[in-house]
Design a protein around this ligand. Structure first.
Ligand SMILES: *Cc1c(COP(=O)(O)O)cnc(C)c1O
Length: 235
């Protein structure tokens, strides 16, 4: 395979490749690629790498380690990136997420949603929120059981300073396209059901480096891509 060193990784090139994958998947699904937001997952990567992506025209970034994210948010404030918090949210993190981010993708408890709403600073637009759904019943993953989503959606929709936008899921990794596609189809069906019940959700946050094509085939509006843009993460 390749013998690429970490320093050789060209973010602009990697970003262009990911955008090509998104465009191709959108075309295959007869969708407009402009309706698919690429969230570049920069967790664990230094601000300088995020700056390279900004230079290449990328605007949306995903983070899930709060302390690491806050430092980057401060460093890059003048560049005006749009920050998405994509990780689990503990109560003691809600204040910083409510003030530093435009989106929270992984809300699965009302207590957290209420704190985000209460703590969203006045003068900022409502925080965009997705409910994380455990769509394939994977024991190891967080997220709400599908049956419990309608009640939480009702509760969140009533909050003043968050705006319920849609659903998010991280299905179990799978190698083949049809297996990847199944949980994404289920998440889309759940959003359709909520909309039939009176919600106006417009967001499906699904698909990562390995399965973004399958997610786009099933209607993803936000794909969260880390490795394919920034390279492997140190563990
Ligand atoms: C890390 C992470 C991603 C990105 O995964 P890659 O496989 O690196 O593209 C997407 N979503 C969430 C919630 C993550 O934590």
């Amino acid at each position: 395979m390749t013998t690429t060193q970490p320093g050789d990784h060209h973010i602009a090139t990697a970003l262009a490749r990911v955008r090509e994958r998104i465009d191709a998947a959108a075309r295959a699904a007869d969708r407009d690629p402009a309706h698919i937001t690429l969230v570049a997952v920069s967790k664990t990567k230094p601000a300088a790498r995020v700056a390279e992506a900004l230079d290449a025209g990328q605007r949306d970034f995903g983070e899930n380690y709060l302390q690491d994210a806050l430092a980057k948010i401060e460093t890059l404030a003048a560049r005006d990136p749009l920050w998405h918090f994509i990780g689990d949210i503990q109560s003691n993190k809600t204040r910083d997420i409510a003030s530093g981010f435009a989106w929270a993708h992984a809300v699965d408890r009302f207590k957290i949603a209420r704190r985000l709403s209460d703590q969203r600073p006045g003068g900022m637009a409502p925080l965009n929120v997705c409910i994380q759904v455990n769509i394939d019943g994977e024991a190891s993953k967080s997220g709400l059981a599908p049956d419990d989503v309608p009640e939480l959606a009702e509760q969140i929709a009533a909050l003043e300073h968050v705006r319920l936008r849609g659903l998010m899921a991280i299905p179990a990794p799978a190698d083949d396209f049809e297996t990847q596609r199944r949980p994404f189809a289920a998440l889309r069906a759940l959003m359709d059901q909520l909309n039939a019940d009176g919600h106006a959700l417009d967001t499906l946050s699904m698909g990562m480096s390995a399965d973004l094509e399958a997610a786009i085939a099933e209607g993803a509006t936000h794909v969260r891509v880390g490795t394919a843009i920034f390279g492997a993460r140190d563990t």
